[in-house]
Write a protein of this length. Sequence first.
Length: 426
Amino acid sequence: MNVSDSEKIVSLLQGAGYLPTQDSSQADLIILNTCSVRAKAEQKVYGCLGRYKGLKNRNRRLILGVGGCVAQQEGERLLEKVPYLDIVFGTHNLHMLPELVRAAERGERRTEVAFLDNEKRLDLFPAAAAEGGVSRFVTIMQGCDNFCSYCIVPHVRGREISRSSAEIVNEIRKMVDKGVREVTLVGQNVNSYGLKSSGEPDFAALLRRVADIPGIERIRFTTSHPKDISAPLIDCFAELPKLCSHIHLPAQAGSDAVLARMNRGYTRSEYLGKIALLKAVRPDIQITGDIIVGFPGESEEDFSQTLSLMEEVRYGDLFSFVYSVRPETKAAEFPDDISQQEKQERLDRLLALQRALTLERNKSFVGSRQQVLVEGFSKRGDQLSGRTSGNRVVNFAGDPTLTGSIVEVTITRAFQNSLFGEIIIF
Ligand code: SF4
């Protein structure tokens, strides 16, 4: 969601006459788009702002702004804490950025963090500049009503709101005209898209509408809440070839006791049941997930159940974090009773297991043929790079004009974070 919002910020600033630079010492305007989902991400914001103080001293014209979840959480306090900061804008106020920049150019310091309840607010967001990419994010909803006990998102992104399906389809059609072949539909909980808006389709029906758009070859989505994986959504995996063989399905923990304290709304066996249903209709589906380590009250037995869940699911990738207390959340009332050392040891064990599972998964592709959407040059710059339907990165030698095409690649080698192959046909 933040990557998608950052693309929109770039688009808005270009509209306001600013050009991008890779060199912060050359910048007349720096916007930090922030995340507050973990304490560490929030601390990073203050670290960055500290580093930019020197730039501000050297360039009096430099405008500094903070947007996103930390801005939403802190509001006016951020201007008080950081006296050289010019702009603070919240998660619902991104569209106001050009106006705030103009005010800062006149020397005004402003904060805008008011929540907008109107669902039209998502259409106030500009489309991202869709130049030069075959794969784009499309925001379909924002906010969350789930209130998982550890999570700050409902407090900083607000209540769940779905964007109109007509606007979504329109935006994707325009992207297709500019060469986009793959879209990722994004929202805090995409599975509940449309459920609270009269007249809008549900998420499964939206997927079918997007699949009907000529020129779109692949559809992905993130993030899904396991409790909201519905039968119609599972049918989409059975019936829509454009829907990629990948789902990011955060479990957060493998123990029922911890899941209940997290207020996740499902049990371990219900989570595994959803995965079994998905695998039944799409046997090659790749599962990735999120795990929180060291949630208050997590015993060694609870943690071993998380490890056994990972072995059962055999995640292709996992985002795992040490629990940190977030303001305004229910879990902030729970005693944070696991030492930092214990949390870190558990995280290390979990990461070691996941590394082994990822490598094992990657090796299982060696010898197989994969359809790869070519995204451009690899990080090394001397090979092409793309992704399989299951979201594995594949690098291979090939002609750069293939960018934007789906090619068939035989996988010849597997590494920890990518695959290597040889192109067959295109
Ligand atoms: S579903 Fe839970 S973890 Fe995800 S954004 Fe909503 S409250 Fe946070």
